[in-house]
Design a protein around this ligand. Structure first.
Ligand SMILES: Cc1ncc(C[n+]2csc(CCOP(=O)(O)OP(=O)(O)O)c2C)c(N)n1
Ligand SMILES: *[C@@H]1O[C@H](CO)[C@@H](O)[C@H](O)[C@H]1NC(C)=O
Ligand SMILES: *[C@@H]1O[C@H](CO)[C@@H](O)[C@H](O)[C@H]1NC(C)=O
Ligand SMILES: CC(=O)N[C@H]1CO[C@H](CO)[C@@H](O)[C@@H]1O
Ligand SMILES: [Mg+2]
Length: 677
């Protein structure tokens, strides 16, 4: 290693150690072991700190997010806008250096990581998006996209199932643009990996169809790491896993033990470490000038690379005006003009259709004009109806099953992997709108990825079919009960449960136009009638009055398949002399964003409100005084019979509405929306 490289690696190591020391919290071990690899990788990467979103930059994903002091040190050294002062504030409230890398808060962080295994799966998504983008727009004479995705992952990431799901798919898809480094330090929190993690990782990745390389001394051997990267780039049809043997806490008195995984080093340990690396033991956060200058050279060279790329883009736009305009539109984050006009709408005379089928019709209608719309299914294509008729599969051409410009992804039975990959696709840029289909119940398998979609504002969409006991014969194992309550409780996640065709279109409108909110669209297997009075426009408010009465005796608020039942119940109540209004509430989050006056016009003071949904009632007390739901598991049988069994019928609803009217008679009633704060 040259002197300047040595000094740079030591600077990275010590900045990370000082940050953890300042916070008296964090993880010094992995940064100490991984600093040489980080330096080697960043020296190979193209990126521009003054144009962080440049579409053809290489991406760096720190899947072992607990090692973020390493990443923050790099971002500081390369001039991404983080400063030594930010490092001093590591892990402090409202700092730009949070406890794990958060893409929204830290300039230069590509994806939010910390929950182990997510990052490597995001990296697979980034690699899929890069390939799809390149194959769609590159021309033989003009290359717009040829970037790589680099990922670091630890033992923990490799133990997590989500990494296996995503890595298996990456091997199948032959993503040679993905280069991952396994930090093989044989330590995790419990101590030696011998206690729980003894598989042959290299053989496993070879079996997935990956190219594997090994660097025996990741602590010092910068040349070997660089060679491995160059070797990985030669791969034509495989992603690469580089096994990097490192020492956790390299240089510390406690190196090689779990003691350095997640606790600050002792003061005397830090001193000897600094002395060992040729730094003044009494100084903190030192960045030698020659290191700054050395890294600035790389940035400058990269800025020239980007300037060249911009010329390529100009030439592209001139020579291929149609594709060029499309690329520019997508890079500016705009949807095609009037795209929403292609959304289907229905009339009350149209026949009853399952919303999953309506979802398919919607995708079919909007797909052609939205090249940024890509998606797939976790092996439920025929039941989830997610594939448009003229779709090409996203597949390596050698399989004969499709090509890389394909927009339909066969995720296989890998819901969690799919969720994390969708986040990676969204993180790529180019305004990808990506969706994944599975049964609503199995979105819960991917909950770890779903909450990260919301936390990091990835506007991905789950096409979640078979949304209730209405799915019938598959029984309680497949019938969601708590699912919607759980996902509605996640901040900034839109959970739509449309009741008919117009509402389904509204859900898609919301999903496609979303720039920062993920969507789950819960769809039925059973047919639902087109509701008189629904429209894309009113449904886009998240909740609206479907049956209006002056001074109603009761309001029934429902979602999805129960709205039509509420309408029937309202008619029945009418024949019994009661005025029952009906409100459809397809998405809580969107409704909550409406002006309060509007919300109160839908769920006013003075009227008792009954909610109806064939799921857990948890959460509905925000909108109703009384709740009719299903606080138990479902049953196996024919869908309509199960509905009858649990009394989700016009009679079952109207009798509960009558009880509600009776109970609240003569009492002062405030809208459940009216609260102290
Ligand atoms: C999903 C998830 N489970 C548990 C944790 C808590 N955790 C953080 S680091 C870690 C051990 C990781 O071991 P390894 O990847 O080998 O990291 P190293 O100790 O080598 O830095 C655990 C269990 C987590 N961050 N995410
Ligand atoms: C939700 O997202 C918006 C903008 O996208 C943001 O302003 C808001 O803080 C987010 N809320 C939560 C709870 O994350
Ligand atoms: C759906 O919306 C359209 C346009 O707003 C409207 O004309 C139509 O009547 C609506 N369909 C139903 C079933 O209400
Ligand atoms: C119409 C259709 O394809 N239905 C299928 C949906 O998926 C479930 C579970 O795989 C099947 O049981 C249905 O037959
Ligand atoms: Mg480890």
């Amino acid at each position: 290693m040259s002197e300047i490289d040595k000094k740079t690696v030591a600077t990275i190591r010590l900045l990370a150690v000082d940050a953890v020391d300042a916070a008296q919290s964090g993880h010094p071990g992995a940064p100490l072991g991984l600093a040489p690899a980080a330096h080697a990788v960043w020296q190979q990467m193209k990126f521009n700190p003054s144009d962080k979103k440049w579409i053809n930059r290489d991406r760096f994903v720190l899947s072992n997010g607990h090692a973020c002091a390493l990443l923050y040190a790099l971002l500081t050294l390369y001039g991404f806008g983080l400063t030594v002062d930010d490092l001093r504030q590591f892990r402090q409230l409202n700092s730009r250096t949070p406890g794990h890398p958060e893409a929204l808060d830290v300039p230069g962080v590509e994806v939010t990581t910390g929950p182990l295994g997510q990052g490597i799966a995001n990296a697979v998504g980034l690699a899929i998006a890069q390939k799809q983008f390149a194959e769609t727009y590159n021309k033989p004479d003009l290359t717009l996209s040829d970037s790589y995705v680099y990922a670091f992952l630890g033992d923990g990431c490799l133990m997590e199932g989500v990494s296996s799901e995503a890595s298996s798919l990456a091997g199948h898809l032959q993503l040679n643009n993905l280069i991952a480094f396994w930090d093989d330090n044989k330590i995790s929190i419990d101590g030696s990996t011998q206690v729980a993690f003894t598989e042959d990782v290299i053989k496993r990745y070879q079996a997935y169809g990956w190219n594997t390389l090994e660097v025996a001394n990741g602590d010092d051997d910068l040349e070997a790491i660089t060679q491995a990267i160059l070797e990985a780039k030669k791969s034509t049809n495989k992603p690469t896993l580089i096994r990097l043997v490192t020492t956790i806490g390299f240089g510390s008195l406690a190196q090689g033990t779990h003691g350095v995984h997640g606790a600050p080093l002792k003061a005397d340990d830090i001193k000897q470490l600094k002395t060992k690396f040729g730094f003044n033991p009494d100084e903190k956060f030192v960045i030698p000038l020659e290191v700054t200058e050395y890294l600035a050279k790389h940035v400058k060279a990269n800025q020239e690379v980007e300037a060249e790329w911009k010329k390529t883009l100009d030439a592209y736009v001139a020579k291929y005006p149609t594709e060029g305009a499309e690329v520019q539109r997508r890079l500016s984050g705009k949807l095609p003009e009037d795209w929403e006009k292609t959304l289907p709408s229905y009339t009350p005379a149209d026949k009853a259709v399952a919303t999953r089928k309506l979802s398919e019709l919607t995708l079919e209608a909007i797909h052609k004009n939205l090249p940024e719309l890509i998606g797939g299914s976790a092996d439920l294509t025929p039941s989830n109806l997610t594939r448009t008729t003229d779709a090409v599969d996203f597949q390596p051409p050698s399989t004969g099953l499709g090509d890389y410009s394909g927009r339909y992804i066969r995720y296989g039975v890998r819901e969690h992997g799919m969720g994390a990959i969708m986040n990676g696709i969204a993180a790529f840029g180019a305004n990808y709108k990506n969706y994944g289909g599975t049964f609503l119940n199995f979105v819960s398998y991917a909950a770890g990825a779903v909450r990260l979609s919301a936390l990091s504002h990835h506007p991905v969409t789950w096409v979640a079919t078979h949304d209730s006991i209405g799915l019938g014969e598959d029984g309680p194992t497949h019938q969601p009960i708590e699912t919607l309550a759980h996902f509605r409780a996640i901040p900034n996640l839109s959970v739509w449960r449309p009741a008919d065709g117009n509402e389904t279109s509204a859900a898609y409108k919301s999903a496609i136009e979303s720039t920062s909110t993920p969507h789950i669209i819960a769809l039925t297997r059973q047919n639902l009638p087109q509701l008189e009075g629904s429209s894309i426009e009113v449904a886009s408010k998240g909740g609206y009055t479907l049956i209006k009465h002056d001074k109603p005796d009761v309001i029934i608020v429902a979602s999805g398949s129960e709205v039509a039942i509420a309408v029937e119940a309202s008619k029945k109540l009418g024949s019994e002399g009661f005025k029952a209004g009906v409100v459809s509430l397809p998405d809580f989050l969107t409704f909550d964003k409406q002006p309060f006056d509007y919300q109160l016009s839908v769920l006013p003071d003075g009227v008792p409100i009954l909610s109806v949904e064939v799921m857990s009632t948890f959460g509905w007390s925000k909108y109703s005084h009384e709740q009719f739901g299903l606080n138990r598991f479902g049953a196996s049988g024919k869908g309509p019979e199960i509905y009858k069994f649990f009394e989700f019928t016009p009679e079952g609803v109207s009798s509960r509405a009558a009880k509600t009217i009776q109970f609240y008679k003569g009492k002062t009633i405030f809208s459940p929306l009216n609260r102290a704060f």
